[in-house]
Every structure is written in structure tokens, then in C-alpha cells.
Design a protein around this ligand. Structure first.
Ligand code: AMP
Length: 286
């Protein structure tokens, strides 16, 4: 695997690959890699001649400075995992390489429509503007054929889809959304899980169990706020501080109050356990 710290070096190398008609898959991450990230790398390798991963903890997408400070860093282990997985290139830029002009307070740059103010957008103001800022830069540098994203960040996939549209790149760059990898107890793998104790990781499986329960109890005509309240109570009882439990149209993320039996629905949860923010989601219709 070739390690690139400078964008220009990566651009030059990828240009050569393209001249040799090699397709490029790109997997952006914030490091502290786990098997979920590696599943994206493997998916890219299956379908592209070249797979590039990036590791950059993007300061502009953290609405909470403490969360940024505490974000886990395991770069040596990450490099080992990527080497073992057979990744071809790693882009590991410093903050100055991505933001040479410094980090300015997030100003609204991208028109994300209703996605901006709901769910993650509502509870993490400015988060998606920061995501778009860095992803646009990373895509401009890597200009891949396929961009690999995890369903774990359901709303982020929709935001990046919108970003490609705003960049007029939706024809050039395809998005492939990969399934969420989970621990044995159902807990969605996440870099932030490293901040949980073993007992907390066991407890955090309640989020997955709640999604499964919503799926089981979903019936056409039923008031969905009843299911949401049931899960909110369960999470509060177990010591979680819940940002949201939502049941939404999977295509638009608009909140749904009664299921018509046809719409494709997604259930989404965001909750803190001992100061660690966890998110998960599940498609709850067939
Ligand atoms: P992150 O490093 O958390 O920004 O994640 C980088 C990419 O990996 C994003 O597209 C995530 O959605 C994806 N990802 C994170 N966790 C998982 C998981 N458990 N399973 C599959 N993909 C994941």
C-alpha cells in the first residue's frame, strides 16, 4: 500500500492509474478502523482495480469540540488493517493539507434542503456542512469511479448523494452503500465504541434490539408514535440520553405517523451512553 500525505502526489498517482484504464474505488474514513470499514474496502476491491482509503478526522464536522478531542486515533493499527485487507493507497493528510487557509467557522455553503434540519442535522447543527466540505475536497482530489459508504450513516449517504448532485458529479461518481456490520450482540460497529467499557458495549445492544422490536411490531394503520415512545422509555430506563427515535420514509427521511403498508420505512436511533453518542438504523419493511 502506498501512503500519501500530499494531495498532489495522490492526484498524480491516480492520474497514471486512470491512463492505464484502472477503475478507482474510494473509501473515506476518520480512522480508528474496524471490520465495518474493512468491509467497504473489500467491496471496493471486488469491483475496482484500485482501492484508495482516506483517514482524516475532519474538524469541521464536529459540532461538539469535546467529541473531536476524544475521537479515537489508532493510526498504526489502521495501516496494518488496510495492508492486510490489500488496500492500494492510503491518503493520510494533515489538517493544513485539507484546509490550507485554516479552519473558519462553518458557514452555510451547501443547499441540503430538508436534510439539513432533521435528525442528525437537527441535533448536530453544522455537521453536514462540515461533512460536505471535506467530502467535496476528497472527491475532487480522488475523483473515483465509485464512492463506498456505510448504511450505518443513513442520513449521511443521502446528504452525499445530494452533494454529488450539487457538484454535478452524479453521472461520473457512483455511490455504493454497504450494509452495517455488527458485533455479535447486534451493536453496530463504530469507532466510538472504543470509548465504551465492556459492560457499556453489552448494554448498547439495546439500540439494535429496539430497532428489531420496532420492525417486529410494525403493522399497517398503527400509530407509530406508540412504538417510538416505547423505545424512548426503554432507552431512558437503561440510562441512555436519547436524541431521537424516528420512523421515516426510507427515500426521503420524512417522519411517518401511520404506515400505509406499502412505503419503505427506516427506523433511526441516536442516543448517548455515558457521554458517547451512538447512532444506528434499520430498514423495517420488506
Ligand atoms: P467513519 O470513519 O465513522 O466516518 O466511517 C467511514 C465509513 O465507514 C462511513 O461510510 C461509514 O458509514 C462506514 N461505516 C462505519 N461503521 C460501519 C459499520 N459498522 N458497517 C459498515 N460501514 C460502516
Amino acid at each position: 500500500m502506498i501512503l500519501f500525505k500530499k494531495a498532489d502526489d495522490l492526484i498524480e498517482w491516480l492520474d497514471t492509474q486512470r491512463q492505464n484504464e484502472k477503475t478507482i474505488g474510494f473509501v473515506p474514513t476518520m480512522g480508528a478502523l474496524h471490520t465495518g470499514h474493512i468491509s467497504l474496502i473489500k467491496e471496493s476491491e471486488k469491483n475496482n482495480a484500485i482501492t484508495v482509503c482516506s483517514i482524516f478526522i475532519n474538524p469541521t464536522q464536529f459540532n461538539d469540540p469535546a467529541d473531536f478531542e476524544k475521537y479515537p486515533v489508532t493510526i498504526e493499527k489502521d495501516i496494518e488493517m488496510l495492508e492486510t485487507a490489500g488496500c492500494d493507497g492510503l491518503f493520510l493528510p494533515g489538517v493544513n493539507e485539507i484546509y490550507p487557509g485554516g479552519i473558519t467557522a462553518a458557514t452555510k455553503l451547501y443547499d441540503l434542503g430538508h436534510l439539513e434540519g432533521i435528525l442528525e442535522g437537527k441535533y448536530r447543527p453544522g455537521h453536514f456542512q462540515g461533512v460536505c466540505l471535506v467530502v467535496e475536497l476528497l472527491l475532487t482530489i480522488s475523483n473515483p469511479d465509485v464512492l463506498y459508504l456505510g448504511q450505518k450513516d443513513f442520513q449521511q449517504c443521502m446528504v452525499i448523494n445530494r452533494l454529488l448532485h450539487l457538484m454535478r458529479k452524479e453521472e461520473r461518481i457512483k455511490i455504493k452503500i454497504c450494509p452495517t456490520l455488527r458485533e455479535k450482540n447486534g451493536l453496530a460497529m463504530s469507532s466510538r465504541n472504543m470509548r465504551l467499557s465492556e459492560a457499556e458495549r453489552a448494554k448498547a445492544s439495546i439500540i439494535y434490539e429496539s430497532l428489531v422490536q420496532i420492525k417486529k411490531e410494525l403493522i399497517p394503520g398503527r400509530e407509530l408514535f406508540i412504538l417510538k415512545e416505547m423505545v424512548e422509555k426503554k432507552l431512558a430506563h437503561a440510562g441512555f440520553q436519547t436524541d431521537y427515535v424516528e420512523i421515516a420514509d426510507a427515500a426521503t427521511l420524512s417522519s411517518i405517523s401511520i404506515w400505509d403498508g406499502k412505503q419503505k420505512l427506516v427506523a433511526l436511533i441516536a442516543a448517548f451512553l455515558n457521554g458517547v453518542r451512538l447512532i444506528d438504523n434499520m430498514i423495517i419493511t420488506e
